[in-house]
Design a protein around this ligand. Structure first.
Ligand code: GLC
Length: 727
């Protein structure tokens, strides 16, 4: 240690005894606590704070009584406790929790109030388990339906994703638990996730991929963000100077701590100078791989301390990192208002159920076969692995040890008694993280034959299948290999429906899929992943106790080739030689389907109800820096229901090729009784109408006449109005 740093340390030690310990005063202003604590720390104590000291904790300063940071996965609930320093479960008996629905399910509710309720409830469970940082939510964009982790994210549209993240984050952080928004940025596939370099236009980067993160920073002040494994401009995002220091910390003026993904840090110089603040899981793969290296061998540990002590990296760089970590500690672990929290409370289960019920998307309902009138049926045959499979297990780091896990079959049996008969119909293998469980074709044939035989005696069939949390399904560290459902489900559904036309398909999964059987089934509900109350929520919707109001946050294409990037070949996905090119640019999801008139199987924002709604002619008032769209929605059907109203902006023609429509506002009605109306006023700041001008490297607004399309989904426009917008 050189003389300068020795002196700094001596001053730090001396100052400790002199002035009041402001950093310990819970009522002192945050920045004063940070500054005071920093002034008391030695260089070594500062460096130790910047990296893991166990699998899921980073160091505090015991000498000063500064707490460590306890982190844990994941976006849908608190992961089971792992051993301090291995990936093995710690075998606690009190870490079973509420498994909340997947974030795609939350996005499908289009209900900001439920997003707030979700963040409040799940963070109470994190607090109760003594966690300061929850490693979620996820904000990557569903550009491909094969992404193994899409279920952890909020769909294809950056506005919906961002808007549905904000209440969740604000509510969680109000409880003194930091969210860790992930994975920043461009981690939109799992294939080659540690090594792929993403090539994307500056405009698409800002308009699509950065947008949900920016909204969470600006509107929710998210306290921590997780860097992603992949590279951008040839540099790993966990320590990418342009991404982290320039865009995130300078342009967005972000004061939080950037945490690496587990194993996402690859070298000291970049980690030191590229904007990383807390290095986690180095030398591991974030799930299975162990390492002989110790925590002092981390890039931001001894090697970094050496650079500091040699003056090769200025103390100001170290102090900025430490300030961000201290700020996070004082916002959470040493926050006097951090809640005690609770676990598995009835309130949490109620929230879980509500989100699940409002996230279920009714996609088809011929002759109103739904809601079910069980008195019409003598024998209801339930077929499918997802009727009984626990879909809260598996999937990778978001896996959960849930106390309650009501399966669809259990709920159906308790609702409909011995009318219900069950056969699996197919075998789906085990939820193994890193390989596909081999399946015996003879066993499949036997299960299928059994189901088809039983079908002959049923007067209603509920097929409950879809994806699951196995490797190469909806699971981290691998993508799907096909747009089709696996395990012979397509053929099975088709043959069941040939035997009994009263066949209802109930599909779980985080991604769209082909439906060659769609015309043959009488009804179809897409359920994402519904968490601990899966069965209860499903039966509440099937029975009509709850009127479905979910709407798709992702376009369902008829065939895989219809997705915008596919025509560009492997370079566009999954990449060639670790290079992937986002050649569809900003035309992701409905931006492609609507602009290029490609008919989707089910459009973005689509979802049926048991009732119907009419929309008044919308009006638009432009004043100052915003426009306000007003529309009255009326329930014109026979049962109470909620409607998610969507507002798509169409910019005036210009030289720039822009998507014909872009979601810029939405609102969900309250529960409207038959005949009841609600007037919705949606305010859209003019800056939301901007595009990213690559020639200026900044956002720009085109003056002119904008059309605001108001509708039930992107292709079901019920009215429109125009307004003149000027810079
Ligand atoms: C994993 C995931 C990340 C998770 C972390 C800790 O590899 O990419 O989402 O939070 O490591 O488990």
């Amino acid at each position: 240690m050189n003389k300068k740093h020795l002196l700094t340390s001596l001053i730090a030690l001396m100052s400790m005894s002199v002035n009041a310990q402001v950093y310990l005063d819970p009522n002192a202003p945050l920045e004063e606590r940070v500054k005071d604590a920093l002034s008391r720390m030695t260089t070594h104590e500062k460096v130790k704070m910047l990296h893991a000291q166990s699998k899921f904790t980073s160091a505090g300063v015991p000498r000063l009584g500064i707490r460590q940071l306890n982190m844990d996965d994941g976006p849908h609930g608190v992961r089971e406790e792992l051993e301090w320093n291995t990936w093995s479960p710690a075998k606690w008996t009190n870490d079973s929790i509420v498994a909340f629905p997947s974030l795609t399910c939350l996005a499908s509710t289009w209900n900001r109030d439920l997003s707030e309720a979700y963040g409040d409830a799940v963070s109470e469970e994190f607090a109760f388990r003594g966690k300061d940082i929850m490693l979620g939510p996820g904000a990557n964009i569903a550009r491909t339906p094969l992404n193994g982790r899409a279920f952890e994210y909020m769909g294809e549209d950056p506005f919906l994703a961002g808007e549905m993240l904000v209440p969740y984050i604000k509510a969680a952080q109000a409880n003194g638990v930091a969210c860790c928004l992930k994975h920043f940025v461009l981690n939109d596939q799992e294939i080659d996730r540690f090594t792929v370099n993403v090539n994307v236009s500056e405009r698409a980067l800002h308009e699509i991929y950065l947008a949900p993160f920016k909204r969470a920073v600006e509107k929710a002040n998210v306290w921590t963000i997780m860097g992603s494994y992949n590279l951008w401009k040839g540099v790993h995002c966990c320590h990418n100077n342009e991404l982290l220091n320039h865009i995130l910390k300078k342009d967005w003026n972000w004061d939080g701590a950037l945490i690496s993904d587990w194993g996402g840090t690859t070298n000291t110089w970049e980690a030191a100078t590229g904007g990383l603040d807390i290095e986690m899981g180095t030398y591991t793969d974030g799930k299975l791989k162990e390492s002989e290296f110790g925590y002092d061998d981390y890039y931001l540990a001894k090697p970094f301390e050496k650079l500091i002590n040699e003056g090769k990296v200025p103390m100001s760089v170290l102090d900025d990192k430490v300030s961000r970590v201290l700020r996070t500690i004082f916002r959470t672990a040493m926050n006097p208002n951090k809640v005690i929290g609770s676990q598995c409370s009835e309130a949490h289960y109620e929230t879980c159920r509500q989100i699940a019920e409002e996230g279920i998307v009714l996609l088809k309902n011929e002759k109103s076969i739904l809601p079910l009138d069980a008195s019409k049926y003598r024998k209801i045959l339930v077929v499918g692995d997802n009727a009984t499979r626990s879909l809260t297990k598996g999937g990778g780091s978001s896996e959960l040890k849930s106390l309650k896990d009501i399966s669809p079959l259990e709920a159906l049996q308790s609702a409909y008694g011995d009318k219900i008969e069950y056969v699996p119909g197919y075998y789906a293998g085990r939820a193994i993280y890193d390989r596909v469980d081999p399946i015996d074709p003879k066993k499949q044939e036997a299960l299928k034959a059994e189901a088809l035989a039983k079908a002959k005696d049923a007067d209603l069939i509920l097929f409950i299948g879809g994806l699951n949390k196995n490797h190469r399904q909806d699971c981290e560290n691998g993508d799907r290999e096909s747009y089709d459902l696996s395990y012979g489900q397509n053929e099975l559904i088709s043959e069941l429906a040939k035997i009994q036309k009263n066949t209802i398909a109930i599909i779980f999964g985080g991604n769209p899929y082909a439906m060659p059987w769609l015309d043959q089934v009488s009804a179809l509900a897409h359920c994402w992943y519904l968490g601990s109350e899966s069965g209860t929520a499903l039966v509440n919707v099937l029975s009509g106790k709850v009127c479905p109001s979910g709407k798709l946050p992702i376009t369902f294409a008829t065939k895989y080739e219809d997705f915008p990037y596919v025509k560009f070949g492997a370079e566009a996905y999954p990449g060639v030689n670790k290079q992937v090119y986002y050649k569809e640019d900003v035309f992701v999801g409905y931006r492609h389907f609507s602009t290029n008139n490609v008919k989707p199987l089910f459009p973005f924002g689509f979802g049926l109800s048991y009732t119907t709604f009419s929309y008044s002619q919308p009006t638009v008032a432009a004043s100052g820096n915003e426009v306000t769209v007003t529309v009255t929605v009326s329930n014109t059907g026979k049962v109470a229901g909620k409607e998610a109203v969507q507002i798509y902006a169409q910019a005036p023609k210009s030289d720039l090729e822009r998507p014909i429509k872009e979601l810029k506002g939405f609102a969900k009605t309250k529960l409207l009784q038959p005949g009841e109306s609600e007037t919705l006023c949606v305010t859209i700041p003019k800056e939301e109408l901007r595009y990213f001008d690559e020639s200026q490297h900044s956002w720009a607004l085109t003056s002119g006449i904008y059309t605001f399309h108001v509708g039930a989904n992107v292709n079901d426009i019920r009215g429109k109005a125009t307004a003149s917008i000027n810079k």
